[in-house]
Write a protein that binds this ligand. Sequence first.
Ligand code: SAM
Length: 249
Amino acid sequence: MRVYILTLFPEMFPCVLNASILKRAQDQGALKVDLVNIRDFAVDAHGTVDDYPYGGGPGMVMKPEPVFESLDWIRGQIEDEPYVVLLSPQGYTFDSAWAKEIAQKENVVLIAGHYEGFDERIRILADTELSIGDYVLTGGELAAMVVLDASVRFVPGVLGDDDSAWEDSFSHGLLEGPQYTRPRVYRDMSVPEVLLSGNHDAIMRWRRKEALRRTKERRPELLEKARLTYEDRRLLEEIEKEQSNLIEA
Ligand code: SAM
């Protein structure tokens, strides 16, 4: 996957790009990131990228020309049309499904806004607008990093164990259940016996049940949307019985 990030603050990215999975993905050639400074495409000698809003009001608005020009420049660099994402609090809420979708694109452009936002005409450039949550950031840079990091996990070969992104929370519509590592007992807290049993089927069943339990407790609305099997429904009944036994006890 090749990702171009259009930003006014490219200096915000190296720390994130040069660590952990994102660095490894680039070293392996699974990911290539180009930081494109929108200011380099300003149309005047002063590098102006923002201007006062027509009609008045607070703050400055990002001018259209530098963003259009930088995207034209990117189009000149690649053969296929890129998939263009505008980071915006007004966009669709970014989630695991979006991350999987973006991971399938060969060329992606992430446009990070700043100031009071974009000139409305910039919106025409985008294939989609994504928000990382119902709050307003200072700029789209952190949002671009979130979208990039979560999406790259679904690019084949990026994670050590190819399956693990698909096992994570949300991937199957459920939260992931509890995980343990050594020591077996720590401060009187023990690892559940089943995980030490070596019985693969029992472990799988326990994991599924605990994922269902956790989702039911923390994000019940996800359960309503999840594709549940007959066995899942049986496990949920067991969980409900356990809960009512606890209340009675
Ligand atoms: N005035 C704009 C509005 O109400 O929609 C918000 C502008 S915000 C201060 C500046 C930039 O940060 C936005 O153009 C966008 O690129 C980015 N941004 C802010 N919040 C975001 C969010 N929740 N998700 C994605 N990008 C966001």
